[in-house]
Design a binder for this molecule. Structure first.
Ligand code: SAH
Ligand code: SF4
Length: 369
């Protein structure tokens, strides 16, 4: 199924409207249809969200857009630049909640930027190694708040820079906020807007099986899928990722086999290495067996330390040995270099400021699955 204005959940805010929805609005206001596309272009291609700056839009329509509440749904609260060029933005929303988004220039060519975005305030999944999980879910982000992170990120780039990749690896479990994330995906990849390639938008999930199927159907398998695996036996995975108690590894792997990948496309497997938990030779061999026959690339992420946990990464030499074991047995494996850890912008370090809260932890059973 192809997603359109008719099949998506309604937009929560003018910024999240699609061209067809803008056209319907302007026609209802007695304006010519083409004004709809013009407004979408201002917002999503040019990054102009303030009606007063939409110079080719007549004054009465600009006034109407203001009355409709068009404007930035998020704002930058603070900016933290890391020694490695990674920039983390603390982003505020109208109700005072905050999330984080990170701009990551490519090593060796800083003109090419990957943006890491959030999809929820906190996360209900409760993974024990993750700052967002320890904090619990505070609320869902809206479609407009999600997509506006990229509009905002683009505004903060240097003159030669462009955002080529967007990864849903900030705060939150994107598939636990499916409707808003699906609309954001349509907006981010819209040819008349930001026009990102679907394959350059990566959705990372802890493994909500039904929503993985739905994503595959809704986007024909074109959105790049990343799976946070982190363990190869149910017993161990359930201890560190409570989601596994609901959807065990067998079920998850079956969903990956069903995901409608096109030729040459591969699923990314994320494996956060935790000392003494999932870093043995037995684990490496188990990973090879589990992924047999599925087109994958494996990203090993040495665990970034978080305040709420004693867990930590293995030594670097051990990480390299783990990688070598996988490579020897035919997997393609990358060690993901930690970026931005000096400003707590690295994976799993994105959390609320202030002391971690524990409310909502393991609230997973309430997911709509
Ligand atoms: N909720 C989604 C996406 C956000 S987390 C998911 O879990 O996939 C992005 C990635 O960072 C995930 O693979 C996650 O497991 C990993 N991660 C979380 N905490 C981490 C930590 N402390 N160190 C390293 N990676 C971590
Ligand atoms: Fe949520 Fe992902 Fe963190 Fe798990 S790793 S708690 S799913 S953000």
């Amino acid at each position: 199924m192809k997603l359109s204005a008719d099949t998506l959940a309604p937009a929560s805010h003018p910024v999240a409207r699609l061209p067809a929805e803008w056209e319907a609005c302007v026609v209802a206001w007695g304006e010519p249809r083409y004004r709809g596309k013009q407004i979408f272009d201002w917002i999503h291609r040019q990054g102009v969200l303030d009606p007063d700056e939409m110079s080719n839009v007549p004054k009465r329509l600009r006034q109407r857009l203001k009355e409709e509440g068009l404007g930035w749904p998020i704002h930058i609260v603070s900016t933290h630049e890391s020694a490695d060029q990674t920039t983390k933005f603390l982003v505020g929303m109208p109700d005072g909640e905050k999330v984080e988004t990170v701009l990551i220039p490519q090593l060796g060519d800083e003109r090419v930027v990957t943006q890491c975005i959030s999809s929820q305030v906190g996360c209900a999944m409760g993974c024990v190694f993750c700052a967002s999980g320890v904090a619990g879910l505070k609320r869902q982000m809206t479609d407009a708040e999600i997509v506006a992170q990229v509009l905002l990120g683009r505004r903060e780039l240097g003159p030669d820079q462009r955002i080529r990749n967007v990864v849903f690896m900030g705060m939150g479990e994107p598939l636990h906020n499916y409707d808003a994330v699906a609309r954001a995906l349509v907006l981010l990849t819209h040819p008349d807007g930001l026009d990102l390639s679907k394959r350059r938008v990566t959705l990372s999930t802890s493994g909500l099986v039904k929503q993985i199927d739905r994503l595959g159907r809704d986007f024909d398998g074109q959105v790049q899928l990343a799976i946070s695996l982190h363990a190869v036996r149910d017993e161990e995975r359930s201890k560190i990722m409570p989601v596994n108690r609901k959807h065990g590894l067998g079920e998850l792997i079956e969903a990956l086999r069903r995901y409608p990948l096109s030729k040459r496309q591969r699923i990314t497997i994320e494996y956060t290495l935790i000392h003494g938990v999932n870093d043995s030779v037995r684990d490496a061999n188990g990973l090879v067996e589990l992924l047999r026959g599925i087109p994958v690339k494996v990203n090993l992420i040495p665990m970034n330390p978080i305040a709420a946990s004693e867990l930590r990464a293995p030594d670097t030499s051990h990480v390299t040995r783990f990688q070598a074991q996988l490579t020897r047995r035919g997997l393609s494996v990358f060690i993901r270099k930690t970026r931005g850890d000096d400003v707590a912008a690295a994976c799993g370090q994105l959390a609320f400021h202030g002391s971690p809260r524990r409310t909502g932890r393991n609230a997973l059973v309430a997911d709509s699955d």
